[in-house]
Design a protein around this ligand. Structure first.
Ligand code: MRU
Length: 346
């Protein structure tokens, strides 16, 4: 169910197939891809047809349903062997967002206890993972918005909205809730080089949902903070370590450093499925390196001097000491440390 400030859905299960809004083509083209092949679902995650940690998890859950349907039809006696290979393939599509492995593992465990045709049981769990994600976002929206003083300006980075989740969004969910509660004077979004999640996706969602948004180049964020125009930086996460270190879109760390320097508060909003208590610190979080062409080209056109090389880490780590509050659906942790994180996740 959507409402006035929540109109977009990127992942949908319709007539027994998976519908993905192709985020590579937004905002110019709104095209939905229809998938009923698990390898194609893994490709869609790797190629960023669908992206954003929770949306990747939800997509993988439906991908597992598609895999089980095919493998069981091929051979009802031995289907589990090929199904496990499909799950491994899905899991390897992208490395940083732990929601992918979390969702795959939940589907694996569900399949292990199912007898006979696994599809109804797996589809029920995938739908539940999807619905729970939206519910978690609604809860986090309320919890996070409560921190924001009326009249505040906020800055966000990357896209953490309905496109990046089952719906509503994490950081953008807090912004939606805070806007609906009349707490925000302005919403600023970093364009988020090189893939332009802010310019292409966050701006598209917010304009569509009638929430005014002002874009800036990533390098303008510190200048914006120095002018006193934002009181909060609000971001999502792809993986949070047990000590509260946060992996998120490249550029998040710079925003956190600048925020602390300027006395701007820094909020991370992510479901419990993004918290990886098996990883002690951010140093152990795998960081995806993507193709140099994403930096050297724009929309397929070269923008860099021919012959230049490019380094393209897709994520960075913000140390816990720069985080003022982590918001999950299980509650909030201010000034995170290992003990507070353990208590919340217990
Ligand atoms: O490379 P992307 O677009 O998948 O990166 C997404 C992000 O970094 C988001 O900020 C993060 O997944 C949180 S989304 C709710």
């Amino acid at each position: 169910m959507t409402d006035r400030y929540d109109q977009v859905r990127a992942v949908e299960w319709v007539d027994d197939v998976l519908h993905l809004l192709d985020q590579r083509r937004l905002p110019q083209v709104e095209e939905t891809l229809v998938l009923d092949d698990c390898a194609a679902v893994a490709d869609a995650i790797r190629d960023m047809v669908v992206r954003g940690a929770p949306a990747i998890g939800v997509t993988a859950a439906y991908g597992a349903v598609i895999a089980a349907r095919r493998r069981f039809a091929e051979n009802p006696d031995t289907w589990r062997v090929a199904f496990e290979q499909d799950l491994v393939h899905l899991n390897n599509a992208r490395p940083t967002a732990v929601n992918l492995g979390w969702a795959v593992q939940r589907m694996r465990e569900q399949a292990e206890i199912l007898q006979g045709d696994p599809v109804p049981g797996l589809l029920a769990l995938a739908r539940d993972i999807h619905a729970q994600d939206i519910q978690a976002n609604r809860t986090m929206g309320e919890l996070g918005a409560a921190f924001i003083e009326p009249g505040s300006g906020v800055l966000t980075h990357c896209n953490t909205g309905s496109l990046a989740t089952g719906g509503y969004g994490t950081a953008l969910g807090v912004i939606r809730s805070a806007w609906a509660a009349d707490r925000l004077s302005s919403v600023f979004a970093d364009e988020t080089r090189p893939w332009l999640q802010g310019a292409r996706l966050t701006a598209w969602e917010l304009v569509r949902d009638n929430i005014p948004v002002t874009l800036l180049v990533d390098g303008a964020a510190a200048h914006l903070m120095r002018q006193g125009r934002v009181q909060w930086v609000i971001v999502g996460s792809d993986r949070i370590a047990a000590n509260g270190d946060v992996a998120n879109k490249i550029g998040t760390y710079s925003a956190a450093v600048a925020a602390r320097h300027h006395g701007v508060k820094f909020m991370v909003v992510a479901p419990a499925s993004t918290v990886d208590m098996a990883i002690a610190t951010g140093a152990d979080i795998p960081i995806e390196n993507r193709a140099p062409e994403e930096v050297l080209e724009l929309a397929g056109q070269p923008v860099a001097a021919a012959g230049a090389q490019a380094w393209n880490p897709a994520f960075d780590i913000t140390p816990a000491e720069l985080v003022d509050v982590i918001v999950t659906e299980r509650g909030v942790v201010e000034r995170p440390d290992p003990a507070k994180m353990s208590a919340m996740m217990a």
